[in-house]
Design a protein around this ligand. Structure first.
Ligand code: ADP
Ligand code: MG
Length: 565
């Protein structure tokens, strides 16, 4: 290992030279309390910034073992360190001057969710923090003095203040880890209590705006109806009460603007842990939950949608359904079958974003257009069978159709943001209204075996470029996967990880014999062992990734237009 003074003299020796001379700095340097590693050097001052990491031996960092001995705590610990480090380097960014991205200092930006990221990895050996540095330039030549300022002036201070236990706010860290223990406790105990989601009393569900995930100030805090109230004895906070949403079929109704979609959004985001102060930190959802919506225009490859759609007028095979341009109903049917294939045990749907003909067929329409002439079996006829046969629960928002009263196990009315349990009234009212086709029927058998072959065209690319466009799109070579309808994707780093995952799956897993589930199992085993770093391969340029859920891995595979069977 080279020393920091070797780096210093090397740096001084390349001053004023052409920018590529910076490449000579690649390598690891001992800085006393930590190792600085220059992993990748940018090609010019305007290119993506250089990738640098610091490695602090745990014996020196001094954090208690309990913070990284269990996975869920480790992820929260890593998230917390990333946020602390981000706060430190923010002040140091662009202190060093020059052209292009000179002086930039940046690490992954953590939002309201706690995600596992390549930005930070902590174990009993060490803490690694990976970040970006814009190596300073004068025009297009090396400005060694300014980089020296960053690496020897600014950075050591940032490392010292954020990655050493002795120097950080220990109470804040302990609080973050304690919260995650409580969150984990609820998530692990949902199923034994027969619940698929929990919303603690006092939670703040609405967000500031469509573009800010921060809590809305002055919101009406959540309060469970008495009949649905459950209490968890959490390891840290003790007894916490709130609304338990039972397995089976739960319906949210209520007038427009009374907070129905807001509750559903909080539930769909409850698959993630949120940071303290978010308002939704004790909104906890069964981890495999999938929000389904109509996604006109998406591609579908080889999905058996016969439980919902058969006998199309154009004789198209719906047991092996393919389309490059799905309709609302076919997209939602395929999305549902794919979610079940991914192992999801909870489906979430909002009337606002669903295809009406997928959800219901009203009585008058059933009388006029005979069932034999209608290719679609609406979801309302399948929702009970889905739970009975597959154990898949549904939480549904429906403001305008009472038909679901017949099939719902629980009906909750949102009234001025307050949930009321109206199951009994709703059921009594429904008795007076007979509807066709809501007899409890079994979910039909279907062909769920899907074994993709490798996409030769993709694999023939010499240098496969993976690019994200916000969190909604990722492209591999010329192939763009549109993920706009995948609402539980929360971070662009997850989207990028999906692009890399798809590449790994194509290269190593898809072989025409393995099912998608088996391929994803194999990939997830690697992710479990190595973290999202597993997606980058050895010697790959480090990019910032966050681990996506299994359900989003499936969603990305299924929306990839190069998926071949
Ligand atoms: P719905 O789906 O019933 O039409 P929304 O969930 O879209 O209603 O909510 C309507 C508006 O009310 C949104 O602007 C939302 O931010 C706000 N809102 C939702 N819940 C609350 C709450 N608990 N307190 C204050 N405002 C809320
Ligand atoms: Mg709504």
């Amino acid at each position: 290992m080279k020393t920091s003074s070797e780096l210093q003299s090397k740096l001084r020796s390349i001053d004023h030279r052409g920018y590529p001379a910076y490449k000579e700095l690649r390598g690891e340097y001992e800085f006393g309390g930590y190792v600085l590693s220059i992993d990748h050097v940018q090609g010019d001052p305007f290119a993506a910034p250089s990738r640098v990491s610091v490695h602090v031996p745990m014996v020196k960092a001094g954090f208690p073992k309990e913070y990284f001995s269990e996975k869920h705590k480790r992820i929260t610990f890593q998230d917390h360190l990333t946020r602390l480090f981000a706060r430190q380097i923010k002040g140091g960014s662009f202190q060093a001057k020059g052209s292009g991205k000179s002086g930039l200092l940046a690490v992954s930006r953590c939002g309201q969710e706690v995600l596992e990221r390549t930005a930070c990895r902590a174990d009993e050996k060490q803490i690694i923090v990976r970040f970006e540095v814009g190596f300073p330039a004068n025009g297009r030549s090396v400005n060694a003095g300014e980089l020296e300022k960053i690496l020897f002036g600014i950075l050591p201070d940032c490392v010292r203040k954020s990655l050493y236990y002795a120097n950080i706010d220990r109470k804040a860290l302990a609080g973050a880890v304690a919260l995650c223990e409580d969150q984990q406790y609820i998530r692990e105990h949902l199923s034994e209590r027969g619940l698929c989601a929990f919303i603690a009393d006092g939670s703040v569900l609405p967000r500031q705006s469509g573009v800010s995930d921060k809590p809305l100030a002055g919101a009406v805090p959540f309060a469970s109806p008495e009949s649905l109230r459950v209490t968890f004895s959490l390891p840290n906070r003790g007894a916490v009460s709130g609304m338990g949403i039972r397995e089976g079929v739960t319906l949210f109704v209520g007038g427009g603007y009374h907070g129905k979609s807001t509750v559903l959004q909080a539930i769909q985001d409850g698959v993630y842990n949120h940071i303290g102060g978010d308002g939704r930190e004790l909104v906890i959802t069964q981890e495999s939950a999938v929000k389904l919506r109509a996604e006109d225009g998406r591609s579908i490859a080889n999905v058996d949608i016969t439980p919902f759609i058969r006998h199309l007028p154009n004789k198209k095979d719906t047991a092996h359904f393919y389309t490059e341009d799905a309709s609302g109903s076919t997209s939602q049917a395929a999305g549902l079958m794919e979610a079940v294939e991914s192992g999801s045990l909870l489906l979430l749907m909002d009337e606002d974003t669903s295809a009406t003909n997928f959800m219901i067929r009203d009585r008058l329409m059933q009388e006029v257009v005979k069932s034999e002439e209608e290719p679609i079996t609406p979801f309302i006829e399948r929702v009970n069978g889905l739970y009975d046969q597959k154990g898949v629960s549904t939480i549904l928002v429906a403001g305008s159709s009472g038909s679901y009263f017949h099939v719902a196990d629980t009906v909750i009315q949102m009234k001025e943001y307050v949930p009321l349990d109206i199951t009994a009234q709703a059921k009594a009212a429904a008795e007076q209204f007979s509807v066709f086709g809501t007899a409890r029927t079994a979910f039909p058998a279907y062909d769920g075996k899907r074994c993709p072959k490798p996409d030769r065209q993709l694999l023939s690319e010499e240098r496969l470029k993976i690019k994200t466009f916000g969190k909604d799109e990722v492209s591999l070579a010329k192939n763009t996967v549109v993920l706009r309808g995948v609402e539980q994707l929360k971070d662009e780093e997850q989207t990028r990880a999906l692009g890399y995952a798809l590449k790994v799956l194509e290269e190593r897993q898809f072989n025409g014999v393995r099912t998608i589930a088996q391929a994803v199992d194999a990939l997830e085993a690697e992710l479990e062992r190595e973290g999202p770093e597993a997606l980058l391969g050895r010697g790959g340029v480090l990019v910032s990734l966050a681990r996506p859920r299994r359900q989003e891995l499936f969603a990305c595979i299924n929306r990839y237009r190069g998926l071949v069977f």
